[in-house]
Ligand binder design. Structure first.
Ligand code: PYR
Length: 382
């Protein structure tokens, strides 16, 4: 590899050296729970038990670190397992999390229901309003700024570099959930974020066949604590899941280029529809976050949402009438998905300040032929 290999080279080669024992070009799948010791404590290659370490998981972790330009990456059983380990590592009772005004419903549920009894609080905030963030971050209890950009499901954009500066001026930690963008389009650690979170289930896996999560950091202190807690809390990624993820990651760049191109075309199509009130896609020049997105992302992604003029009923009707877009939760796979966030992925935010509009439909635009996708939406809108 050259001194600073490009993204696709890193995706294909980082952590993926041929197996020294056999020459196998693809890292072997180490389906073992435990490792023979040569005398008590005599570990071959440093492995003793697969919760603590597994060579297949290690290979994935090296690949993930290289993608996000981090020094340490850790793989977990799901995105929420990664988030839980992270928040229990960063927060003490009495700490507060500043939580972007829309966020994945599962993240909201974790913070508002599971962590609340441990006296970890949260404050919903518009991360686009930097004065409000500055004021809230100055409170001594603020420990974490939790940022999705683009957000799930409203596709809002936050300025990562500006948030990092505010966090660091106030002794807080900036966490960026980079699931929607993927590291191909945005690398938050290079903009000052302290920890990046992924649901690797989504674009990284890319084929809707594996559930996983990841944390990546360059901060030596947090890396040490997180490595300790990954083992101590035990929410690790299994070796087969790690292997599937490595395979998916190698094509991330080519997939993302196509996701972006298809989503841009669908955004244009929806803009021309009289029954669509708003199209939420950061690639559109009229999107309020377009300029910041253009500054910090190398493409605008494959996710978009839109609101129907005729309200929730119309939104539900479209979701139930598509044929190529499958009605399902999740995102980031090669196949297109459609969903109603208010009743599906974000149902746990209902009645809270993070509640999403009822007339909202979310698309995960896949890499099929875009004319077929447009035709499907056209017939579903009627
Ligand atoms: C989503 O579809 O938003 C999930 O993360 C499941």
């Amino acid at each position: 590899m050259s001194a600073s290999p490009g993204f696709n080279t890193r995706a294909i080669h980082a952590g993926q050296d041929p197996d020294p024992a056999t020459g196998a070009v693809i890292p072997p799948l180490h389906l073992t729970t435990t490792y023979k010791q040569d005398g008590v404590g005599g570990l071959r290659g440093g492995y003793e038990y697969s919760r603590s370490g597994n060579p297949t998981r290690d290979a994935l972790q090296q690949q993930l670190a290289a993608l996000e330009q981090g020094s340490t990456a850790l793989a977990f059983a799901s995105g929420l397992a990664a988030e839980d380990t992270l928040l229990r590592t960063l927060c003490q009772p009495g700490d507060d999390i500043l939580l972007g005004g829309d966020a994945y419903g599962g993240t909201f549920r974790l913070i508002s229901r599971v962590l609340a009894p441990w006296a970890v609080g949260y404050q919903p905030i518009d991360l686009g309003d930097l004065d409000a963030v500055r004021t809230a971050a100055a409170r001594p209890s603020t420990r974490v700024i939790w940022c999705e950009t683009p957000t799930n499901p409203l596709l809002n954009i936050a300025d990562i570099a500006a948030l990092a500066q505010i966090a660091h001026e106030n002794g807080a930690v900036l966490v960026v959930d980079n699931t929607f963008a993927s590291p191909y389009l945005q690398q938050p650690l290079t903009l000052g974020a302290d920890v990046v979170v992924h649901s690797t289930t989504k674009y990284l896996g890319g084929h809707s066949d594996v559930v996983g999560g990841a944390l990546v950091t360059n901060d030596a202190h947090w890396a040490e604590q997180l490595v300790y807690n990954q083992n101590a809390m035990g929410a690790v990624n299994g070796p087969f899941d790690a292997w599937l993820l490595m395979r998916g990651i190698k094509t991330l760049g080519v997939r993302m280029d196509r996701h972006c191109a298809n989503a841009a075309r669908i955004a244009e199509f929806l803009l021309g529809r009289p029954d669509v009130a708003t199209v939420l896609y950061p690639g559109l020049p009229e999107h309020p976050g377009h300029e910041v997105a253009a500054k910090q992302m190398s493409g605008f992604g494959g996710m978009l949402s839109f609101r129907l003029r005729d309200g929730e009923e119309a939104a539900l009707r479209v979701c139930e009438r598509t044929r190529l877009f499958t009605l399902a939760e999740s995102l980031g796979g090669v196949e297109s998905l459609i969903e109603h966030p208010g009743r599906m992925t974000h149902a746990s935010s209902a009645g809270s300040p993070l509640e999403v509009p009822a007339d909202l439909v979310r698309l995960s635009v896949g890499i099929e032929d875009v004319d077929d996708l447009v035709a499907d939406l056209e017939q579903a809108l009627g």
